[in-house]
Design a binder for this molecule. Structure first.
Ligand code: HEC
Ligand code: HEC
Length: 424
């Protein structure tokens, strides 16, 4: 009896001590593990994509960089990938809806670190980085060209550098018989011209078109997120806890008190980490978070319309143009289908302060607006918003914004890869 009273007292004192320890100066070991899971050092040094045999080929990357910046891969010589993914601007354009040959209905996505992803586009309709690149090239509102035009451009302008990576291209006689503008997704004339080509001609053009995507992807593999103040902070925590000294994590030179409070909310009460997790702050999954509808754009069903397309796509990860199908992603349980209505990919939050306006069609102007949106969690226009209102105080909201701003960092890529290269 006496013993248990003493024991109880010791236990209570000990609990008090631990609680005050974590309140004053540190994170619990569980929280520390969570922070480490978001840390840049936990990201594999290089992304990998077995479905693209050229993914790690430096010559393919060099060629892909040229393709990325070359406006000849467009309907009228005015658009390249860099028109929207502007390297001098963190590879985005900061427009609510991207503009190429025409205007799209969605916001330009961040491509830095995208190579670590699983599904591509806001709705995940591409299942490999290299086949993603083929989408905008043939989209009427983006590059607006056709695959015969692109294959002919490569045969004419890039022949030797292409052949040194991907092997031989047929000689000029072959190309004389290929229409300048033909493709299965073009306008009626272009589709007819494509159907009139023989299968061997189509196959040759398709192969070069797929390799165009593979070279661009090889380039994009090199654009990696850089070390932010958040990463420095976690680095300091990890080092201090490893050498046994006290981690003074609520007062740090690296993050302000406000930013640390925001981080606590992010992994705690606000539970942003449920979806924005891993070192890229994304789980590569799809949710309806009730982003507001836009008056000028028809409601976007998001993942719902396309979740099977990636698997069936002509250039899919499991198609004959893929170099390895072992690690192709698969669509989960079809029981998830209702949740796919109005669902979009969780975006990475690295450098998010530079990526506004926010959500898939730039519906929310600022980070303040995004955080307020999560706090109120209005019901979705179509489908169901999976977020429950967080009812954050104005102080908590600005703490979260401050934390998000601490994720800004220079891109981790060789300087030569961040500029327009010399074109052939
Ligand atoms: C007209 C502007 C525009 C052009 C040109 C453009 N993009 Fe995009 N990019 C976008 C938009 C908008 C999205 C999202 C589209 C969607 O979800 O339907 C996107 C999405 C992406 C993604 C997906 C990122 C992710 O995490 O899912 C990658 C990668 C990408 N683009 C690379 C490229 C490449 C490579 C090119 C050139 C071949 C290119 N883009 C040309 C605007 C553009
Ligand atoms: C249930 C999963 C989920 C949770 C929880 C969640 N997010 Fe998101 N987040 C998403 C998805 C999905 C989108 C894209 C929605 C869209 O475009 O319609 C998004 C978009 C964003 C964007 C816009 C990024 C951009 O580039 O446009 C920011 C910023 C953001 N979330 C921050 C947060 C914060 C802060 C929290 C916690 C308060 C949070 N998220 C909680 C899934 C989630």
């Amino acid at each position: 009896m006496k013993f248990s009273r003493v024991f109880g007292f010791v236990l209570a004192a000990f609990t008090l001590l631990t609680v005050s320890f974590s309140a004053n100066s540190g994170w619990t070991s569980k929280e520390l593990a969570t922070l480490q899971s978001l840390w840049l050092d936990s990201l594999p040094e290089k992304p990998s994509d077995p479905s693209n045999a050229y993914a790690d080929n430096p010559k393919a990357a060099e060629l892909g960089q040229k393709f990325f910046f070359d406006t000849r891969f467009s309907k009228d010589g005015t658009v390249s990938c860099a028109t929207c993914h502007m390297p001098q601007n963190g590879f985005v354009d900061n427009l609510p809806q991207a503009k190429g040959i025409g205007t799209t209905t969605r916001k330009t996505m961040n491509i830095v670190g995208a190579a670590y992803g699983k599904w591509f586009f806001w709705d995940g309709r591409a299942d490999a980085l290299w086949n993603q690149a083929l989408g905008p090239l043939e989209s009427a509102v983006e590059h607006g060209g056709t695959r015969t035009q692109y294959a002919k451009t490569i045969a004419k302008v890039y022949r030797s550098s292409y052949e040194s990576v991907f092997g031989q291209i047929p000689n000029q006689d072959f190309w004389n018989d290929i229409p300048d503008r033909a493709g299965p997704t073009g306008n009626a004339n272009q589709q007819r011209a494509w159907q009139n080509m023989n299968p061997q001609q189509q196959e040759t053009v398709n192969r070069i078109f797929a390799n165009l995507g593979k070279a661009i992807a090889a380039y994009e593999m090199n654009l990696k997120p850089g070390r932010s103040r958040f990463d420095q902070y976690v680095g300091e925590l990890v080092n201090t806890s490893a050498d046994g000294s006290t981690a003074a994590s609520n007062s740090s030179q690296t993050l302000s008190e406000q930013e640390i409070a925001g981080l606590r909310l992010f992994i705690g009460k606000a539970n942003c980490i449920e979806c924005h997790n891993t070192p890229r702050f994304t789980d590569d999954s799809f949710y309806n978070v009730g982003a507001p509808d836009l008056a000028n754009i028809a409601f976007d069903n998001g993942r719902q319309n396309v979740y099977r397309t990636a698997i069936l796509a002509e250039f899919g990860c499991r198609s004959t143009y893929s170099d390895n199908t072992d690690r192709c992603p698969s669509v989960q349980n079809t029981a998830e289908t209702p949740a796919f209505l109005g669902a979009f990919k969780t975006p990475s939050l690295r450098n998010v302060a530079e990526h506004g306006p926010y959500t898939h069609a730039g519906q929310l102007a600022s980070l303040e607006d995004v955080v307020m949106h999560y706090s109120k969690a209005p019901s979705a226009n179509v489908g169901e918003n999976v977020i429950k209102p967080l009812n954050l105080t104005p102080t908590e909201q600005s703490q979260l914004v401050a934390f998000l701003e601490s994720l800004t960092a220079p891109i981790n890529a060789p300087a030569s890869m961040l500029i327009s290269p010399i074109m052939p």
